[in-house]
Design a protein. Structure first.
Length: 201
């Protein structure tokens, strides 16, 4: 994917913000960034499975963008097979049920790298991610990867601990009627959510 967006000519620093879903994007976009940066949202989440769930989260992101009157770039191609293959290849031994820390690191890296690459390609000054809002993600790992990828692509990774707005984000998502997911996103997290624990083997 080689998404290109028009530069706005605005004088505010331009930031591309990765949006993992609607609810988690509210605080990063609305409260912390909108008044200080010329922001664009970026939906790139090949981890989400199944297709019906992918569509729900994509729709929620578009709804939020409408509420906030911001432009978004959406990668709408659904390709979970490539994601799972890439993840397994990144983990030594290619386990049948990848452990959470290894698979999440790959997952963060995949999404952040595409955000950094797209931001760099389109002349943004910085990039960030709604992953920094979630209490369920490995915050330090997201931060570490973001900083490293910023160096790799020559673009600033904007870091802020958006978790401080946790309850405000939840309340706002309910007021907006945004779709609120029940599991993190990948097929493995779905199994863990509904089966309680990963299968053996
Ligand atoms: S649990 Fe969440 S962060 Fe981890 S791999 Fe699955 S979708 Fe990605």
């Amino acid at each position: 994917m080689e998404p290109r967006v028009k530069t706005s000519g605005a004088r505010s620093p331009r930031m591309l913000v990765h949006m993992c879903c609607g609810p988690c994007s509210i605080i990063p976009l609305k409260s912390a960034l909108k008044d200080r940066y010329d922001i664009r949202g970026f939906f790139h989440n090949p981890n989400i499975h199944p297709y019906s769930e992918f569509q729900k989260r994509l729709s929620a992101v578009k709804t939020l963008a409408g509420y906030l009157s911001i432009e978004i770039i959406c990668d709408e191609e659904y390709r979970p097979t490539a994601f799972v293959k890439g993840m397994k290849a990144s983990i030594p031994g290619s386990p049948k049920f990848p452990p959470k820390d290894s698979r999440c690191s790959f997952c963060y890296s995949t999404r952040l790298e595409e955000t950094a690459r797209t931001a760099s390609l389109n002349g943004f000054d910085s990039f960030s991610s709604s992953l920094l809002y979630s209490r369920y993600q490995d915050h330090e790992e997201v931060k570490r990867l973001g900083v490293d990828l910023g160096k790799k692509y020559g673009i600033l990774f904007y870091y802020e601990d958006f978790r401080e707005g946790w309850q405000d984000g939840i309340d706002a998502s309910k007021e907006m009627g945004l779709y609120r997911q029940k599991y993190c996103g990948c097929a493995y997290s779905r199994i863990e959510r509904y089966a309680g624990e990963p299968p053996q083997g």
